[in-house]
Design a protein around this ligand. Structure first.
Ligand code: AMP
Length: 378
């Protein structure tokens, strides 16, 4: 086991690394992060902030040598960087998992090939590929770039023949994946942790509302039939097993109107839909990542109360600094990530609320967020 007092190395430097670093600090670990940026959300909490391109392998070697274990808060780290790091330190989760989940086509191919349920998908590079694939999916369908996509980036809905040209243009000649458009009832996710011995813990099923393809509100426990709940957990467990996963992982699903689950995406790291565990679970998803990658026993994952989380995006700054006092007076917990530039669509922080029912928690967190723009109310 990697003991408290040791150093955790984190590739990436955003809010996920920040919350991991906070948990690591709480338990007496030291933290070093690595990314091309400075004064980052993670770097502000870490003992050491290495500022370097991921491709500078000499710096990668020195970083890996200086820490006791390496993990990630961002999956788009070049595969070669991870390989080099793994020659100098323990790396969890392993590079193969990152390589698969970095690319939607590899990810869906892995899932389909392993027998997990996914929406029908096809590889597309040329116009001919696209027309052929649409012949199979029909309209509407969604074209996504295979690499480097998140929060709906590089994604176009195709409703009719007229949308084909613009969609291809947006794809920019890159490898893409065409998926059937799923008219889902809701989106849910399972955040879970797995250790080297194969122990598995999960936070149950959480329900996610998106706005403009970006997660907006998550609440837990999700309102789904018992059988759906059990199946979602079993799929997440199956994926973690298949990967030999070590760390915190999230599986995002569509729940169709016929109550079928389809896996949309795997995040090989803590996930935005698990942020409510930071306040509302016995062990947060970040502490679980720390425990798993250090070979410590996994922590219990029960929720202290039904909970809801609302993201705070940069858009909230359009009329000046949000009125933090309002949200704080309504019983919500405020998390801000230390980012200085509030750009539209940028995740700046989140609010969490707990209550006796999920409905009440959602009501508190939504009204707390609304109260941020407007007059001082207390
Ligand atoms: P992604 O970047 O693939 O996670 O997509 C972001 C969001 O876009 C998802 O959470 C869904 O709300 C929506 N979306 C993505 N793919 C599909 C699909 N095949 N059918 C319907 N909605 C989708």
């Amino acid at each position: 086991m990697i003991e408290p007092g040791s150093t955790i190395g984190i590739f990436g430097s955003g809010q996920l690394g920040r919350m991991l670093a906070i948990e690591a600090r709480k338990m007496g670990f030291r933290v070093a992060c690595f990314s091309p940026a400075s004064d980052t959300p993670t770097g502000q909490i870490a003992d050491v902030e290495i500022v370097s391109p991921y491709e500078d392998l000499e710096v990668v070697r020195r970083f890996a040598d200086s820490v006791d274990v390496v993990t990630f808060e961002f999956e788009n780290i070049p595969a070669h960087t991870i390989e080099v790091a793994s020659n100098h330190s323990k790396v969890h989760p392993n590079g193969d998992i990152l390589y698969i989940t970095q690319n939607r086509l590899r990810e869906k191919t892995f899932l389909f090939g392993s027998g997990f349920p996914v929406a029908p998908f096809y590889q597309v590079v040329t116009r001919e590929d696209l027309e052929k694939a649409i012949g199979k999916t029909g309209y509407p369908c969604v074209l996504k770039t295979a690499g480097f996509g998140y929060d709906g980036k590089g994604q176009t809905k195709i409703r009719s023949k007229a949308d084909i040209g613009p969609a291809l243009e947006k794809g920019g000649g890159r490898e893409c994946i065409l998926e059937s458009f799923i008219d889902f009832e809701k989106e849910v996710s399972v955040v879970c942790g797995r250790d080297e011995k194969g122990n598995f813990e999960n936070y149950g099923v959480m329900e996610n509302d998106h706005m403009n393809h970006i997660l907006d509100v998550t609440f837990a426990p999700a309102e789904v039939p018992h059988a759906v709940w059990e199946e979602a957990i079993e799929i997440a467990r199956g994926i973690a097993e298949k990967f030999g996963y070590v760390g915190t992982m999230c599986v995002e699903f569509f729940l169709t109107k016929k109550k079928d689950l389809l896996v949309n995406e795997i995040a090989p790291r803590p996930h935005n839909s698990g942020h409510l565990t930071f306040d509302a679970a016995y062990t947060s998803q970040f502490e679980q990542q720390l425990r798993a990658v250090c070979g410590m026993p996994l922590g219990p994952t029960g929720l202290l109360k039904p909970a809801a989380m609302a993201n705070i995006l940069g858009d909230l700054w359009s009329d000046g600094e949000p009125v933090w006092r309002n949200a704080l007076s309504m019983g919500a917990k405020l998390h801000l990530y230390g980012k200085s530039e509030p750009r539209p669509g940028r995740k700046m922080g989140h609010l969490t609320a707990m209550a006796d029912t999920v409905g009440k928690a959602v009501e508190i967190v939504r009204s707390a967020r609304e109260s941020l723009i407007g007059k001082l109310i207390h």
